[in-house]
Structures are given as structure tokens and as C-alpha cells.
Design a protein around this ligand. Structure first.
Ligand SMILES: NC(=O)c1ccc[n+]([C@@H]2O[C@H](COP(=O)([O-])OP(=O)(O)OC[C@H]3O[C@@H](n4cnc5c(N)ncnc54)[C@H](OP(=O)(O)O)[C@@H]3O)[C@@H](O)[C@H]2O)c1
Length: 513
């Protein structure tokens, strides 16, 4: 008789809950600071409604807005209503709205106003009594980063950050997590003085996307890909986040930050960590974080930086069929600014698996298309038993994880062109979320807000990840700061010439997604 081992049972790290069941938050309130802001209106309030519509919020849930406007609870309700009507993913249902809006409260005040935080404390205590939120509060700082220290200190002063065995208190922080290593360390120190690290949820909304979580399923639920997933077969990896839009009204915010800080430091290095990490012992948050931390600790810039990085600012050109101005003509952008709207860097992961495989990370505004993808580009076959002419149209094999839009996975390989002659050309095999599943994917913010309320930290970078990412980026930013103005690239193209040169020098090209 063969003995069978129940691996789920024998692994002490796995809990007994059936992970297929919907996860519903317990009694709690969500306090949003900066509730009049763009993020709250477009993403946060609609996500709260969508969670309620999916039955994932408890009856004893409350949403509290904090801002400077002279609003009462009804005004706030109207603002949430308008945001939900305009931006929610699920259809508006009156009965969901009625139940949810009973728990809306608004507190008026500025961040340095002690009395406003004392009032917030009273409102939350009332909600605990009236709606049974049980003293569990999540504080979402959807505010300018410079205000994080003040709000954390106010939460501490008013006793709202106090943790006990009876209730939890959590804080949610939006990127940017500092603008270099030193400022990130200072920020982490400020936040960790008030909240223990396991109560801090740093939002990198890319990690809330289904396609990004699917990297783990693709890699660790299948036998097919793992043997290929290393320097034996992978030539290089390209991770791209391209936007077709320019800065528009955000020019003032963006000047001094730039593409590398805005995207590479967080989203792209997180994607790299998921692609390059080893299999975690389990999907317990600590295990996942450890594997990502190992990758980020082993990630080095390819040197010299002047040949292995590229940056640029968009000039005039076309966005689709519309003629658009260049960056320096955007309102709020300093004429002599050296802030880049395009950034590309090459890094390597010093590990047995990835030795010698460059990872190219690039992001930019006003590029040819809005697309985010991860492409593993494979080495060419060591020998081709064909006449040269037969494989002239054969490129490199590639596995492309399409993060957005048109979420899915493409496998590109060579195939015989039908006909009496032998000719090989690239073809694509496609998996598309939209076609394979009937369920639509939740918005990243739905998933992440629910995880905050559940205290499930897997998808939130911890302070070590943030600091390691800055350690990778800081030398690049210093080198760029010392070398004058970035190149200009035409809007609607795929970036500056220096980016192509960076790849051509080593016999590679950027993908044109
Ligand atoms: N927008 C996005 O898509 C996006 C994406 C990723 C990350 N983020 C991050 O998310 C955060 C919020 O972004 P946002 O675009 O929503 O910003 P925003 O539109 O500028 O909103 C900022 C909010 O903070 C409030 N505020 C500012 N100073 C205050 C003070 N002293 N006292 C009280 N309230 C104050 C403002 O309230 P008033 O109405 O009273 O001025 C407003 O509600 C930022 O950290 C940003 O970097 C945003």
C-alpha cells in the first residue's frame, strides 16, 4: 500500500481556512485623510462601494472623511455618491448604497489642528457604540507625503494609534515612500515611531492587480515554466510601464520627482522581485517578503551607469491623432528642469539563477501606447538546421506577461509558414483574462483596501523593500543629477535615442509592445 501525505495538513504554516471562500472584513472603520483629493475620488471611495456591493464589508462598517472643507455628513455623502456613480466598477444599487451610507461621517480640520483630531477620536468612539466598529480603525493617508509625519503624530497624540489586544489600528501610506534612501529611512522612522511595522500598509497598487498576482500562479503552480526560468534559457528580461499621456495638470507635482522615482523605484522593482524571486516556503506574508527582499538585496546596477541608463523629456509630437505640446510648455513645469519623463535602467540579480541576465526596466510618458508588460526574452536556439533565408523572419522566443491593458500572457515562438517551402516566422499564442474567465477582475484598490481591513499584509512592501529599492536607484539619480539636461524625445515615439543606443550597444533592442 502506498502511503499518501496530506501536504496541506503537514505544513504547519498553512491555516485550515478554505482559501477559495470570499474573505469578509470584520467590524471596523476606514478613515480617509485627503478625502477631497483626486485619488480618494477616483479610486478609494469607488473601491469601498465596490467592496460593499460584493458583500465583502460587514454591516458594522463606517467610512470617515477628514478634510478642510466646510462640509457636514450629508455633504460628504453626496461627494462619495458622485464619486461612486462616476467611477465604481460594479453597477450602482440603491440598497447597497443605503446600508453603506448610514456609516458615513465627516470631520472638518487641518492636519495641525489638535481639536479636529480630538473630534475625530470622539466620532470614532461614537461609531464604536452606534455601529459596533469595535475600536478597529484603518487610517488611509491619501495626502501630500510632506504631511505624513504631522498626521502620524496627531494620531499618536490623540490616542488613535494605540494598539491593544482588543482592537487594531492600521495606517495606509501611498507612494512616494521618500525621494531617496535617506528620506525613506526618515519617513519609515517617523511612521514606525507611531505604528509597529505590521500595522503599516504601504500601497503599491500594482501589487493589487490580478495579473501581477498571477505571476506567482504562473511560476509556482506549473511545471512548464520553471525549467526555463533562469540564465540557462533567458537572455534578458524587459519590464515596461509606458503611458501615452503627458503630465497635464500634474506637472507641478511631477517636477523634481521624475519617471524613475515615480515608477521604477516602486512598481517596476516590485515586478522584478516577483519575476526573479525563488519559490517561497508558503504564501505566508513573511515568507513572500523574505524572498522579495533577497532579490532586491542581490540587485545591482549594470555599470558604467552612463552607458546602461537612459532618460529623456518629451518634446512636441502626437498622442494618437492629437498634436500635443512638449514638456517645457506644460503649465507648472520649470523651463530649465532636468526632471525626466522617460527613464530606463539595466540591473542584474546576483544569484545562481540569474547570473549574467540583464533586467531592463523602462517607463515613460507620452510613449507610443499605454502598456505595462514583463517580457522574458529567450536565448536563440544554439543551432538552426535551416538555410539562413528560411529563418530570416524568426525573432527571439518570448514569454510576455501583459499586466495592462488587455491582461493576459503571450508566448511567442517560431512556426512554419503554410506552403510548400520551409519558412519560419514568429507567431503568438495568447491567453487573455477577458476570454478565459467570465468574472471581471476587481480593481487593485478593492483588493488592497480589503487586505488592509483584514490585516493581510502580503501585497504591501515592507520598509526593507522600500529602502533596498532606493539603494538601487540612488546612484542612478545622483549620476543623472550631475550630468545636465536629459535628451528630448518626440511625443508618441518610444523614448529618447539614448535608450535605443543603450540596448543596441549590447546587440539587443527594446520591444515595441
Ligand atoms: N492621484 C493619484 O492617482 C495617485 C497615485 C498614486 C499615489 N498618489 C498619492 O496619494 C496621495 C494623495 O494624492 P492625490 O492626488 O489625491 O492628492 P491631492 O489631489 O493633492 O489631494 C490631497 C488631499 O490632502 C488634503 N490636504 C492637504 N493638505 C492638508 C492639510 N494641511 N490639512 C488637511 N487636509 C489637507 C487636501 O484637502 P483640501 O481639499 O482641504 O486641500 C486633499 O484632500 C499623495 O501622497 C500622492 O502622492 C496619488
Amino acid at each position: 500500500m502506498t502511503a499518501t501525505i496530506d501536504t496541506a495538513w503537514s505544513n504547519p504554516l498553512r491555516d485550515s481556512r478554505d482559501k477559495r471562500l470570499p474573505r469578509i472584513a470584520g467590524p471596523c472603520s476606514l478613515v480617509i485623510f485627503g478625502v477631497t483629493g483626486d485619488l480618494a475620488r477616483r479610486k478609494l471611495m469607488p473601491a469601498v462601494y465596490d467592496l460593499a456591493a460584493r458583500g465583502l464589508l460587514p454591516p458594522s462598517f463606517a467610512l470617515v472623511g477628514f478634510a478642510r472643507r466646510d462640509w457636514d455628513d450629508q455633504d460628504f455623502g453626496q461627494i462619495v455618491h458622485d464619486a461612486v456613480r462616476e467611477h465604481s466598477r460594479t453597477p450602482f444599487r440603491e440598497e447597497v448604497w443605503e446600508r453603506l451610507s448610514e456609516g458615513f461621517r465627516f470631520v472638518q480640520g487641518a492636519f495641525d489642528d489638535d481639536a479636529a483630531f480630538d473630534q475625530l477620536s470622539e466620532v470614532l468612539a461614537d461609531l464604536d457604540r452606534q455601529r459596533g466598529t469595535d475600536g478597529n480603525h484603518a487610517f488611509y493617508l491619501s495626502i501630500p507625503p510632506g504631511a505624513f509625519p504631522t498626521v502620524c503624530e496627531q494620531l499618536q497624540r490623540s490616542g488613535l494609534a494605540d494598539q491593544t489586544d482588543e482592537h487594531w489600528r492600521r495606517v495606509v501610506i501611498e507612494k512616494p515612500f521618500g525621494h531617496d534612501l535617506t528620506s525613506a529611512q526618515e519617513l519609515n522612522a517617523v511612521v514606525n515611531r507611531v505604528f509597529p511595522e505590521d500595522a503599516v500598509f504601504r500601497i503599491d497598487h500594482y501589487l493589487g492587480k490580478e495579473t501581477v498576482q498571477n505571476i506567482l500562479a504562473l511560476r509556482f503552480a506549473n511545471q512548464l515554466f520553471d525549467p526555463l526560468w533562469s540564465s540557462h534559457y533567458v537572455d534578458h528580461v524587459q519590464i515596461t510601464m509606458a503611458e501615452d499621456i503627458g503630465l497635464g495638470g500634474r506637472a507641478g507635482y511631477y517636477d523634481g520627482i521624475g519617471a524613475a522615482r515615480d515608477v521604477i523605484q516602486n512598481h517596476l522593482l516590485q515586478l522584478l522581485a516577483l519575476v526573479a524571486m525563488e519559490e517561497p516556503v508558503s504564501f505566508e506574508p513573511r515568507e513572500l517578503q523574505n524572498e522579495k527582499i533577497k532579490v532586491l538585496s542581490a540587485t545591482r546596477n549594470v555599470l558604467p551607469l552612463e552607458l546602461n541608463t537612459a532618460r529623456g523629456q518629451y518634446g512636441p509630437g502626437w498622442q494618437g491623432s492629437t498634436e500635443v505640446p512638449g514638456l517645457v510648455d506644460e503649465e507648472g513645469f520649470a523651463q530649465d528642469s532636468i526632471t525626466e519623463t522617460y527613464a530606463a535602467i539595466a540591473v542584474e540579480v546576483d544569484s545562481r539563477r540569474w547570473a549574467g541576465v540583464p533586467f531592463y526596466l523602462r517607463t515613460g510618458k507620452r510613449l507610443g501606447r499605454r502598456v505595462t508588460e514583463i517580457a522574458l526574452v529567450f536565448k536563440r536556439a544554439p543551432h538552426l538546421p535551416f538555410d539562413k533565408t528560411m529563418t530570416e523572419e524568426l525573432g527571439e522566443n518570448a514569454l510576455v506577461i501583459r499586466v495592462q491593458p488587455d491582461e493576459g500572457i503571450t508566448l511567442r515562438f517560431g512556426s512554419k509558414v503554410p506552403g510548400s517551402s520551409m519558412q519560419v516566422r514568429d507567431v503568438n499564442m495568447d491567453f487573455s483574462y477577458g476570454q478565459a474567465f467570465t468574472e471581471s477582475s476587481p480593481e487593485a484598490y478593492e483588493r488592497l483596501i480589503l487586505d488592509v481591513l483584514l490585516g493581510e499584509p502580503s501585497l504591501f512592501p515592507v520598509n526593507d523593500e522600500v529602502e533596498l529599492s532606493w539603494k538601487i536607484l540612488d546612484p542612478v539619480l545622483r549620476a543623472w543629477a550631475d550630468s545636465g539636461r536629459p535628451d528630448t524625445y518626440e511625443s508618441g515615439t518610444w523614448g529618447p535615442r539614448s535608450a535605443d543606443e543603450m540596448m543596441n550597444r549590447v546587440g539587443r533592442t527594446w520591444r515595441r509592445p
